[in-house]
Design a protein around this ligand. Structure first.
Ligand code: SF4
Ligand code: ZN
Length: 535
């Protein structure tokens, strides 16, 4: 057994792969439809080459896939709950939470969050009673924060409008619950209720596109419709939940994006992409051995899509991007190129005061209740104004934090720490990080003006409270940048001889792009900020 395969079976390693996240194939809202025991219709624009035309082949596909799944499936907490929970509502809730968390997020990351969530809110009713602040706190670090908010809103709706009963079919789940799309509805209904409906996520797209050589843009509505048709036709009515999970498991652990393990694949005999690669290899080896001397310049006899020859197939790769032998099965799937994330810059300030009992406290401010990172807490931040120089932006930031400081702050006390990059789904954000230590008696000065301040909610937190707060991963990176800055710059520790701020060029070069890039030796942020300015 290869190491990769062993990792997959033990639930490690491959969980980190890009193939392990749920990605919905399309945003257009379509209603999920159940398997009706019929094969997808063949239109003039799609040949049987891309479909499953024989019931016997569908049966064999199901049998092979499920036998593999029974033997190799990963031991995941939501699977245990779905298998052991006899109450339908609780089972549906347990699956629902897992499916929402798994959207765009790796299995390995989700497990801990899922366990803590189900421990804290084991039922819909418990979740409906929770505060959004509690939800955000638990969700902190998982990303795509609106998911947690919408999950809680939907739970409140089930309790208040549906008498605590989860909608009983995929169609109703999608129609009645906010945040539940076609994929999630199908997953909940098939796994929790045994409804014979297929599902299509990123992993299923990859498997289907390869087994049926679908090379047209898989994110286009027309191709997505065909993929849903295929999923509904293939799903096993006797074990729909297991079948759907098996398809996703196959995509996550065997039919992976870059290095699929075709030799170990339970459905390789049904895979047209694999068949094509094998024929090409066979042809190449015959050429090497001189067995195809008379036809060595001809292409191998590979089964092709009938409609492609006429140039009328809507599922074959476009003529401008034909099959590339170097890619093998990874020719599929194909998607239109994504727009690159747009670059933004934000100035952010870690503002410290000495709080009660002399313990340092830091100011965090709540973001608006809608939009990116809705309702989360962050250090006071200011989007970089168009065309502003670093000096102008610094002055703007100083003005922004002045009200919270509660005292006149000279510009020179704002210390430049460095830059922190973080990629959100569509934004490449660069935080330009500053710190500011309040002097005098800041506890009185800043706290005393709290009631006068208009604007977002804010609070002063200790380091421990900051770590427990509903703050984003990006803000935790900012915190770590400050910790690193304490060592790189003016920190009082034995290893930090250079004065902080004495080398602004070096400070401006300090970029912390990832949490893993921290040096082995760090001083605490407290120690850094306590150091007397200018010493
Ligand atoms: Fe994927 Fe290879 Fe299996 Fe085909 S044979 S489904 S390409 S792993
Ligand atoms: Zn075709």
């Amino acid at each position: 057994m290869s190491k990769l395969r062993a990792a997959a079976r033990s639930g490690r390693g491959l969980q980190q792969g890009a193939g392990d996240v749920r990605k919905s194939p399309r945003r257009r809202r379509e209603t999920v439809s159940s398997h009706k025991g019929v094969l997808p219709p063949v239109s003039a624009q799609q040949s049987a080459y891309h479909l499953f035309s024989h019931p016997a082949e569908i049966e064999a596909f199901r049998k092979n896939l499920l036998a593999w799944y029974d033997k190799c499936k990963r031991d995941l907490p939501w699977r245990k709950l779905a298998a052991s929970e006899s109450d339908t509502n609780r089972r549906a809730y347990a699956v629902w939470v897992s499916e929402i968390m798994l959207q765009q997020t790796q299995v390995a990351t989700v497990i801990d969050y899922y366990n803590r969530w189900m421990q804290k809110w084991p039922t819909l009713q418990a979740l409906a009673r929770a505060s959004l602040e509690d939800v955000n706190e638990l969700w902190a670090g998982l990303g795509y924060y609106s998911r947690g908010k919408r999950l809680q809103e939907a739970a409140q709706k089930v309790v208040s409008e549906l008498a605590g009963q989860m909608p009983g079919t995929a169609e109703e789940l999608q129609t009645l619950l906010p945040g539940v799309g076609r994929y999630t509805a199908g997953a909940i209904a098939s796994i929790s209720y045994g409804q014979a409906t297929g599902v299509v996520d990123g992993n299923v797209i990859r498997v289907l596109c390869r087994v049926r050589c679908i090379g047209a843009d898989s994110s286009s509505p027309a191709v997505a419709d065909r993929l849903w048709d295929l999923a509904h036709a293939l799903v096993d009515p006797a074990r729909p939940g297991d079948f759907n999970q098996a398809m996703m498991e196959l995509g996550a652990t065997v039919c992976t994006p870059r290095v699929p393990l075709c030799l170990e694949c339970p459905v390789k005999q049904h895979c047209r992409a694999r068949c094509r690669v094998e024929k090409e290899l066979e042809f190449a080896s015959k050429r090497l051995l001189g067995k195809a001397a008379s036809s060595c310049s001809q292409a191998p006899d590979i089964e092709e899509c009938a409609a492609a020859a006429a140039g009328s197939c809507s599922l074959c790769p476009p003529a401008t991007e034909p099959w590339d032998s170097r890619l093998g099965v990874a020719n599929f799937p194909r998607r239109a190129a994504k727009k690159p994330p747009r670059a933004e810059r934000t100035a952010t300030c870690v503002l410290e005061r000495r709080g009660h009992r002399g313990e340092p406290e830091y100011l965090i401010v709540q973001r608006p209740n809608s939009g990116l990172l809705a309702g989360l807490w962050e250090f006071p931040s200011l989007p970089w104004g168009p065309g502003l120089t670093e000096k102008q932006q610094r002055e703007a930031l100083l003005g922004h934090v002045q009200a919270w400081a509660g005292e006149a702050v000279a510009g020179g006390r704002l210390q430049h720490i460095g830059e922190v990059g973080h990629v959100f789904s569509h934004i490449h954000q660069t935080y330009v990080v500053y710190s500011l230590l309040l002097g005098g008696d800041p506890e009185v000065a800043a706290g005393g003006r709290a009631e006068e301040l208009q604007g977002p909610a804010f609070r002063w937190v200790t380091q421990a409270e900051f770590q427990q707060s509903a703050v984003s991963t990006a803000m935790k990176k900012v915190w770590k940048a400050c910790e690193r800055g304490s060592c790189e710059g003016r920190g009082p520790g034995k290893g930090c001889k250079r004065k902080w701020g004495a080398d602004p060029l070096r400070a401006s070069q300090l970029k912390v792009e990832a949490e893993g890039s921290l040096p082995p030796r760090q001083l605490s942020l407290d120690a850094f900020l306590k150091a007397p300015a200018g010493k």
